[in-house]
Design a protein. Structure first.
Length: 383
């Protein structure tokens, strides 16, 4: 057994050394509260927060003032969706989302049904794609919010968000986009697209856990939301609570690095993913789940027919792989994403997600191909 190989970057990523270096002074030397306005300790912290806000905004092409810091993508999703519902429910109570959304979106939308929301969940095809005509027809005069993710966390499937945003905006509704998996991996520019709200998580792009951001558009259309956490009026009154300055600094630096490395990282990771996928597809009865064209450069979801994915993963504990979303791994049920793509339970339970990152090497991929291929053959032979 050789060194461990990490292929679960859609669950979390290691903190980049440059990110950690940027964060460290704010745990000790610059420990001031960013809301302390009467001394230099607070000023230094506040300046660092605003610098990070600019870095996050630059990654997605927004204005600085459109970025609200949160504890992560889940809070950003809750703030965005619930905040819109409370502010716009006099206009309508209809919300639309897709069946392959992350549980953070699906569960938040379903919770609003208890408060009078009407929810429509749109199906996807076998590649995980929405029918845009179906989406357009589903939007009603009382539809206040449409929630469609940029990229799926299990299959990497990309939605045509620019086109979806145009459809939603033309109908007078707002688009909430969960970009947790997309930010830092593919180009996002909210200047080019009327996305109303968008969520980001630091630990998905080589930043620290416990920090995220919500983009809220200020014009064309101007979006207003109702705060979900009261107490102090931080973040323009939309998210009260003492700011996590080290985490915010880390998120900002991670966004800056991701923007700088976007194309080089994407090219390298995509080549490694393609090599891994092509060699494993040479094995008998191995299939790609979802689109092989419209997806993230780092993700492949493969079904090893006739083998339980859990047994395959247990046989190779030194390789970090996944059977689905890390957020639902404790739930012993077939993936809701693959199920929504009309796959049978046996096919779903034989599926493994591989998500590569910037530190993976060709030597690691060669090892994974060799040992995984041997394990598949042995399990099929009953060894």
């Amino acid at each position: 057994m050789g060194p461990a190989v990490y292929l679960d970057h859609n669950a979390t990523t290691p903190v980049d050394p440059l990110v950690l270096e940027e964060m460290l002074p704010f745990f000790s030397k610059h420990y001031g509260n960013a809301s302390s306005r009467t001394h230099s300790f607070g000023w230094i912290a506040a300046d660092a927060v605003e610098r990070a806000r600019k870095q996050v905004a630059s990654l997605i092409g927004s204005e600085d003032q459109e970025i609200i810091f949160t504890s992560g993508a889940t809070e950003a999703i809750n703030l965005g969706i619930k905040g819109v519902f409370e502010n716009y429910k006099q206009k309508g109570r209809h919300i639309i989302c897709s069946s392959t959304e992350h549980k953070a979106v699906l569960d938040t939308c379903r919770s609003l049904e208890k408060n009078g929301a009407e929810l429509t969940i749109l199906p996807v095809d076998r590649e995980g794609k929405l029918d845009l005509i179906h989406l357009e027809n589903a939007i009603r005069p009382d539809t206040i919010l449409v929630c469609i993710m940029y990229a799926n966390n299990e299959t990497g499937a990309l939605n045509p968000i620019d086109r979806i945003a145009e459809i939603v905006n033309s109908k007078g509704s707002l688009l909430f986009c969960d970009s947790t998996q997309a930010a830092g991996k593919i180009r996002i520019n909210v200047k080019d697209s009327p996305i109303a709200l968008l969520s980001i998580s630091a630990h998905k792009l080589y930043g620290p856990k416990g920090c995220g951001a919500l983009f809220i558009r200020r014009k064309n259309p101007r979006v207003s939301i109702h705060a979900q956490i009261e107490g102090g009026g931080h973040e323009r009154g939309l998210r009260s609570g003492t700011l996590n300055v080290p985490g915010i600094v880390g998120l900002g630096k991670a966004c800056e690095l991701s923007e700088t490395r976007l194309w080089d990282d994407g090219d390298k990771i995509s080549r490694l993913r393609t090599k891994l996928e092509q060699y494993l597809l040479d094995l008998e009865r191995v299939y790609v789940n979802g689109s092989q064209r419209d997806r993230l450069p780092n993700t492949t979801n493969l079904s090893f027919t006739g083998i339980r994915a859990s047994e395959l993963i247990q046989r190779l504990p030194h390789f970090a792989m996944a059977t689905g979303s890390a957020c639902t791994s404790a739930i012993p049920e077939p993936s809701h994403v693959l199920k929504a793509m009309s796959m049978e339970d046996a096919h779903i339970l034989s599926s493994v997600r591989f998500s590569l990152g910037r530190e993976n090497t060709e030597e690691e991929i060669d090892r994974v191909i060799s040992e995984l291929s041997r394990a598949v053959k042995e399990l099929r032979a009953g060894k």
